[in-house]
Design a protein around this ligand. Structure first.
Ligand SMILES: *[C@@H]1O[C@H](CO)[C@@H](O)[C@H](O)[C@H]1NC(C)=O
Length: 163
């Protein structure tokens, strides 16, 4: 009987614990995180000469998958490491979401490149990722003139030499 009781109490505690975890999980907002950089070599990808940009503005937007209506618009600004974080409430499983560049904080690096100006993000809890953070690919502006060291640097990349 005592064993029975103990098992029952154990079960009760376990259930309580699990439902608390469930509530915490369901009510936690997702955070979209990513970085903005200045492509100082106009390489089209991040290099060792890439500089991360503070004070750049990005926009997160979600659209209804079916009719294209905008469901979420949130803006974010990068910190000193070029990182932005945008918190989003609710689940957006039935929507397509993406972050895009809005505004550069550098006059010499504000050109938008078509393939690095937006990144898709999946904003649902139902993808088997325990973390609330959803990482987006880095977004980059192009520098007006490539740095003098870029020729050599890009040659190394082309030859597949890691620095
Ligand atoms: C998306 O649009 C469809 C069709 O108008 C609608 O039925 C659905 O509820 C919308 N979904 C969201 C998440 O707004």
């Amino acid at each position: 009987m005592a064993n029975h009781l103990r098992a029952l109490v154990g079960l009760f505690l376990l259930t309580t614990f699990l439902s608390m975890v469930g509530i915490a999980f369901a009510s936690s907002n997702l955070v979209v995180q990513g970085r903005v950089y200045c492509d100082t070599c106009r390489a089209g990808f991040e290099t060792s000469a890439t500089e991360y940009m503070e004070g750049a503005k990005v926009k997160l937007q979600c659209r209804n998958y079916t009719n294209g209506a905008i469901t979420v618009t949130e803006e974010g600004v990068t910190d000193e490491s070029g990182t932005y974080k945008i918190e989003v409430s609710d689940d957006h499983q039935e929507e397509t979401c993406a972050v895009m560049l809005l505004k550069s904080s550098r006059k010499d690096c504000s050109e938008v490149s078509e393939d690095r100006n937006h990144a898709p993000v999946i904003l649902t809890h139902n993808v088997g990722i325990a973390s609330n953070v959803r990482n987006a690919n880095s977004l980059g502006f192009l520098k007006d003139e490539p740095l003098p060291s870029c020729g050599q640097l890009l040659m190394q990349y082309a030859l597949g030499v890691d620095d």
